[in-house]
Design a protein around this ligand. Structure first.
Ligand code: ADP
Ligand code: ASP
Ligand code: MG
Length: 404
């Protein structure tokens, strides 16, 4: 018998009818001879609804209480699925994160999984039960409920698959795999049969929200084969795994983008040792994640220093950096919070020259201005005006013939 972990996302369990469909699918998979551990998200929109309720009463609720609230969404779906299965005379049992004991650290709202106690799950599987676990949640050493950050059910699933040494972790969602780019933006986007962990990690980090970044990190660390498939139609989906020598490599496997960026530039910073840490240190201490960083060569003993952050952190970053700029005697701080980032990703980039130039040429032909550029071994990212984003993604998709 093969053990498989299957996760169903919010839209897949969004209504009672859909939960019924999931139940049918699971019964079929069990009849094919698999041991199944199922991870569920909350019904689509539920986590946002709960956040909305919280914000009506408190604009900065404590992380602990927020987690008590947000974890309830997943508790509803696991119980309902269990009932649907029971109705079909299929034995199943549901567990919250706390009940399995998915132990996490105590960083509320974005906790990290430390350890999973697999005893109960194994015992239930041995009894022939289907085990249904609430995604997105765990508990800390003190027994406080924690949640794993938005999209965190993907990570619950992969972590369970790693702990149970499952044959595969299957992520059922509303698209039938990972595409060359978000199919909602480019209708010609093509489904990919395979991707390496490295490529998927870049895609997820650069904005492709089909998988939570941490789930891909986990899969890569523990070598869990990860497959993204549709809840609604049959098909092999996209397999994400370690690179194999015979894997045919496209130069570019996909285009990821992120609409929610903002940039801040400190003009006329004195060019002396320690400036970068003086600017970014206070930002880091406020737990604001910095994305791209650019510092130019100094020409008159001063330089310009630009960095980008998530748009939600823009105001906080601006307040901090304005203070630093005054302290450093910089000329001024200029900002733009309507920027977006487009990235080309592909392991084949390592061995191919000229990709960056084709990218810049394509954007120039569309009259799209690039305001920041950053590269790594397997990706090139550019920052453009938010209004140019869709055109940038579509024209790059065509220029690199990704639809073929
Ligand atoms: P779930 O609720 O099942 O977790 P998500 O909304 O988190 O589903 O993820 C699926 C969505 O990810 C798709 O509907 C699609 O719009 C989006 N997406 C973004 N980039 C990609 C991509 N490269 N391939 C497939 N889907 C993508
Ligand atoms: N329900 C949570 C969210 O909406 C977790 C998840 O669906 O993965 O972010
Ligand atoms: Mg998701």
């Amino acid at each position: 018998m093969a053990l498989i972990v299957q996760k169903f996302g919010g839209t897949s369990v969004g209504t009672v009818d859909r939960i019924q469909e999931v139940a049918k699918k699971i019964i079929k998979h069990q009849q094919q001879g698999n041991d199944l551990v199922i991870v569920l998200s909350a019904m689509s929109g539920e986590t946002n609804r709960l956040l909305g309720l919280a914000n009506q009463l408190n604009d900065q609720p404590k992380g602990r209480e927020l987690d008590v609230l947000l974890s309830t969404g997943e508790q509803v779906t696991i119980a309902l699925l269990c009932m649907a299965l029971e109705q079909q005379n299929v034995e199943a049992i549901s567990y919250t994160g706390n009940q399995v004991r998915i132990l996490t650290d105590n960083t509320h709202n974005k906790a990290r999984i430390i350890e999973i106690d697999d005893k109960k799950i194994r015992a239930d599987l041995a009894q022939g039960r289907i085990v249904i676990v609430a995604g997105f949640q765990g508990c800390d050493e003190q027994g406080n409920i924690t949640t794993l950050g938005r999209g965190g059910s993907d990570t619950t699933a992969v972590a369970l698959a790693a702990a149970l040494k499952a044959k595969e972790c299957q992520i059922y969602t509303d698209v039938d795999g990972v595409y060359t780019t978000d199919p909602r933006v480019v209708s010609e986007a093509r489904r990919l049969d395979r991707l390496t962990y490295e490529e998927m990690l870049e895609m997820a980090s650069l904005g492709a929200k089909v998988l939570q970044i941490r789930s891909v990190e986990f899969a890569s660390k523990y070598n869990v084969p990860l497959r993204v498939l549709s809840s609604f139609k049959d098909g092999g989906g996209t397999l994400i795994s370690a690179e194999e020598p015979q894997m045919e490599q496209a130069v570019i496997s996909g285009i990821a983008f992120n609409r929610d960026e903002a940039k801040l530039t400190v003009l006329g910073v004195p060019d002396h040792p320690g400036v970068a840490t003086q600017i970014l240190g206070p930002i880091a201490r406020e737990n604001i994640e910095v994305d791209m960083i650019i510092q130019n060569t100094a020409y008159d003993a001063t330089t310009d220093f630009t960095f980008s952050v998530h748009r939600n952190d823009f105001q906080a970053a601006l307040t901090i950096v304005q203070k630093t700029a005054d302290k450093l005697g910089a000329k001024e701080v200029i900002t733009d919070n309507k920027i977006a980032k487009v990235s080309l990703v592909g392991v084949g980039m390592r061995s191919h020259a000229g990709i960056a130039n084709t990218m810049f040429e394509t954007l120039a032909d569309e009259n799209i201005n690039i305001s920041m550029i950053s590269t790594s071994e397997i990706k090139i990212s550019v920052v453009v005006d938010e209004k140019d984003l869709d055109l940038a993604v579509r024209s790059l998709h065509t220029a690199f013939k990704l639809e073929q």
